[in-house]
Design a protein around this ligand. Structure first.
Ligand SMILES: *Cc1c(COP(=O)(O)O)cnc(C)c1O
Length: 422
């Protein structure tokens, strides 16, 4: 197929994320990717400002990750995980347990972030069910995003999530207002009242720690996360932290939870877990949660994906975590944070800009009206940068290996995008 034929077939037959069929927006065929650059079929090279949605932290085609993958491929691509096990899975579990906040000891491998959140919810519900207690609901905060499957959608923000499409089939959970940007005792009081009023029916609390991703790219004060940990303890609830976007250094600490120095009872990881190579996620929990689920001897944890603990994904994830351990990711993220802050500062106060915020290797421009996605994208493309803005958000989370010059080019492209708003 020529590039034109490829695009024509794609348009008619292939679904893309959150897109109509046939597609109404232009698609850009990528022929290859190396370092932080995407190479299009027409030869153009774009700096990837999105890390393929938080994932490609080491960039593309990293020799160490490639080697881990081809090495594992020589042994086996996949075997079922029911009744069998293998070195890559156990090695990865050990690394994750070692890296996780205190008390996290058990690992369930899932095949995507959405499934990891489903499993986390299932763990929390089964934990109570095993002790004969009926606690079918969860508490979360507005502005959250936890995935696209039905269990997950029910804990996504009820307004910008997809509740309106599926309100007749989604379970109804308890929503607190979005956590404020700064410390706020009145907010903590409100959380306290809400948790107390619903504690008898709550299995747990689920939130993204400190950074809310696709629900609005918001950052909130770590004190609110500490308050949720304290409330969960006071009422005996399980705290589930969705670290799928925040994990592996993105927010400037290894885990989002580290900003608040809290440990969850259940934690989800995904996205950057495999360095952006393959789809894999995991749900981790404490001894107490695992023991609680298995206590009654009634039901084991009822989940088991076909491609659970895929050896290729596990091998590349091990290599990605080794790379992180060897590299000074903290300095890399801090440098990106500085260049993003400096580069985006002049945008503040421009017409159409509601807010500019940076945390770790995440930079966000919030506009005062919904953007024209295509126009914004084209403005960035003209400057050789790939962005994927949505709603009122022009944002970036660059690969950690970006040079200062790469990051400056991203902020220049975001600035140019802002000028399309008028
Ligand atoms: C992306 C994301 C998910 C869903 O992960 P998928 O791999 O896309 O299914 C869940 N929670 C958070 C916080 C995410 O950012």
């Amino acid at each position: 197929m020529s590039p034109e034929e490829l695009l024509a077939y794609d348009r008619e037959h292939v679904w893309h994320p959150y897109a109509p069929m046939p597609s109404t927006v232009p698609l850009h065929p990528v022929a290859a990717a190396h370092g932080v650059r995407l190479v299009l079929e027409d030869g153009r090279e774009l700096i990837d400002g999105m890390s393929s949605w938080w994932a490609a932290i080491h960039g593309y085609g990293h020799p160490r990750l490639n080697a881990a993958l081809t090495d594992q491929l020589g042994r086996m691509a996949h075997v079922m995980f029911g009744g069998l096990t293998h070195r890559p899975a156990v090695e990865l579990a050990r690394r994750l347990v070692e890296l996780s906040p205190a008390g996290i000891t058990k690992v369930f491998f899932a095949d995507s972030g959405s499934v990891a959140v489903e499993v986390a919810i299932k763990m929390a519900l089964q934990f109570w069910r095993a002790q004969g207690v009926n606690r079918p609901r969860l508490l979360t905060v507005r502005g959250g995003y936890h995935g696209d499957t039905f269990g997950d959608m029910a804990v996504c923000d009820p307004v910008n999530g997809m509740h309106h499409l599926f309100s007749d089939v989604l379970p109804v959970h308890v929503f607190a207002p979005a956590p404020p940007v700064g410390p706020d005792p009145a907010y903590v009081d409100e959380l306290g009242r809400l948790v107390a009023a619903h504690a008898h029916e709550l299995a747990g609390i689920i939130v993204e720690p400190v950074v809310q991703g696709a629900g609005g790219m918001r950052f909130y004060d770590p004190s609110h996360l500490r308050a949720l940990r304290e409330l969960a303890d006071a009422h005996g609830l399980l705290l589930i932290l969705d670290e799928i976007a925040t994990g592996f250094g993105r927010s400037g600490e290894f885990w989002g939870a580290d900003h608040a120095d809290v440990s969850p009872d259940i934690m989800c990881v995904g996205k950057a877990l495999t360095g952006g190579y393959l789809t894999m996620a995991a749900t981790l929990c404490t001894d107490r949660v695992a023991a609680g689920i298995s206590a009654s001897g009634e039901a084991p944890l009822m989940h088991g994906p076909t491609f659970m603990a895929n050896p290729l994904a596990a091998a590349v994830a091990c290599a990605s975590l080794d790379l992180l351990a060897e590299r000074d990711w903290r300095t890399e993220v801090r440098t990106i944070e500085k260049v993003l802050s400096d580069g985006l500062a002049p945008v503040r106060g421009l017409p159409g800009v509601a807010d500019v915020r940076v945390k770790g290797a995440i930079g966000v421009i919030e506009t005062s009206v919904p953007i024209d996605q295509q126009r914004v994208q084209e403005a960035a493309l003209r400057r050789g940068v790939w962005l994927r803005p949505f709603r009122d958000l022009i944002y970036t989370m660059p690969p950690y290996i970006c040079t200062e010059d790469d990051v400056s080019r991203i902020t220049d492209a975001m600035t140019a995008a802002v000028h399309t708003l008028r």
